[in-house]
Design a protein around this ligand. Structure first.
Ligand code: PA5
Length: 440
């Protein structure tokens, strides 16, 4: 069985061969732009060869730090937001058990400003041994900075200042920024967010890999998957699945399909979609353009959003991630009374039912006017995680260049921050504060 395949048969009803071919040629131009490293944002292309060009000695330090954290902690607090959060979060969610904690729980914090969340976390930590991995490239992002300030004080109170220093690991800029300055002053072990890798492309750096390794997920296998994907997708060919995916997305967008739903039939993929949404949303949503990346978990959401997808405004298309082999399967039992009428399923497994739900839904949505693509993943494994991460990163860069936007900046993210700072009376924002208050 192949570890990854891309099915596009259900697109043919919506895009003819000519449309697809001409869009593929445009994507090949984007491929040249990307690989020549001459396009916009070309100082953020470190992710492109990261699967082979990563810092091997830091990689070893990550493993050692993870072993140390696992030996002295029940909880790792991973403090970060956006690109400094979603990669690790989605990977940990992919591999953790649905029920029951493993011996080290990774808790993500600093990814919102909920005082209730932090209050309850502090109470939960009272009888736990814990360490902190604070992750921020800039070192000044408000959400993680507030959480870290609070958690650092709690850690120091519990262990004393000296021992607390051994339990704080900072992932930040190699030379600059508030967090780097603090780490150097306090003597925290530090890991690097490379200059040329933006947040949403950073899961295969220490940003993602330290929390992932702490959750005992095989980071060697993740890198191997990404390496293999790199060799496959860095080939200039219209049969390259990353080229096809970028071409189909753009061709559909040009026909008015401007909402993409990443669909899963396995709940542990829910956070993978959150990572994917940031990757595509922050890379493409610019200059008043872009496909809105959204997600659904089926069959759950078929009972809430299914109606809208089947029959609402025709602007959705779906990219289904099909996990071919589940980690566990279950036989449907025979029941003497058969009051629920399910005996016709006896002899089948639950995954068989899940797959028929997927086939039935694909046919219904396609017939209803929602174009469908499918990515088949042989299983949820660290290797496949590394592989699909690289696939989407590469396809995203191609897709954004084809849309004629810079895939690697995020100017719009600053707008809310300026207003928030002004309303918080941060020094330097006095004029904007006056303007905003006058409008109230
Ligand atoms: O992709 C991005 O650049 C953002 O999502 C950032 O990762 C996020 O804002 C966090 O930034 P920082 O790591 O500087 O705290």
């Amino acid at each position: 069985m192949k570890n990854f395949s891309f099915e596009i048969d259900n697109i043919k009803k919506f895009l003819n061969e000519e449309e697809l071919n001409s869009e593929s040629q445009l994507v090949l131009n984007s491929f040249d732009t990307l690989m020549s490293q001459k396009g916009e944002g070309n100082d953020f292309l470190g992710w492109l060869n990261l699967p082979v060009d990563y810092d091997k000695s830091e990689f070893d330090r990550i493993k050692k730090a993870a072993a140390r954290i696992r030996s002295n902690s029940n909880v790792l607090l991973s403090v970060g937001i956006g690109g400094s959060y979603l990669g690790a979060k989605c990977c940990v969610e992919l591999f953790k058990k649905y029920f029951g904690n493993s011996d080290l729980e990774v808790i993500f914090v600093g990814n919102q400003i909920s005082s209730t969340y932090l209050h309850e976390l502090l109470a939960y930590l009272k009888d736990k041994e814990y360490s902190i991995n604070v992750i921020s490239k800039s070192g000044t992002t408000t959400e993680p900075a507030i959480a870290f300030r609070v958690l650092k004080a709690a850690l120091e109170e519990k262990y004393g200042k000296e021992e607390a220093k051994n339990r704080i690991y900072a992932t930040t800029d190699k030379a600059r920024g508030a967090l780097k300055t603090l780490s150097d002053a306090e003597g925290y072990e530090t890991f690097v967010v490379p200059d040329n890798v933006g947040g949403r492309f950073s899961v295969l750096t220490a940003v993602g890999l330290l929390p992932i390794a702490c959750a005992e997920i095989d980071i060697d296998a993740i890198m191997k998957g990404a390496q293999d994907a790199r060799s496959i997708y860095q080939v200039r060919d219209t049969n390259n699945d990353a080229v096809k995916y970028a071409a189909i997305r753009n061709a559909l967008y040009n026909k008015g399909y401007d909402v993409e739903l990443l669909v899963n039939y396995e709940p542990r993929l829910t956070y993978f979609a959150e990572w994917w949404k940031q990757l595509f949303g922050e890379s493409e949503g610019k200059d008043h353009k872009g496909i809105y990346p959204s997600s659904v978990s089926f069959s759950t959401d078929l009972h809430s959003l299914g109606q809208m997808i089947q029959d609402g405004k025709r602007h959705f298309f779906e990219t289904v991630i099909n996990v071919e082999t589940p980690e566990f399967d279950l036989n449907i039992p025979f029941d003497e009374d058969n009051l629920d009428g399910l005996n016709y399923l006896t002899g089948h497994t639950m995954d068989y039912v899940n797959k028929q739900a997927m086939e039935g839904t694909t046919i219904a949505h396609t017939n209803g006017g929602t174009p469908n693509m499918r990515i088949n993943l042989s299983e949820v494994s660290p290797y496949n995680f590394g592989y699909i991460v690289y696939f989407f990163e590469f396809a995203c860069a191609l897709s954004a260049y084809t849309l004629k936007v810079n895939p690697f900046n995020q100017p719009g993210v600053e707008e809310y921050k300026k207003n928030m700072f002004a309303l918080l009376n941060k020094p330097g924002y006095e004029e904007l504060r006056k303007e905003l208050l006058a409008k109230k």
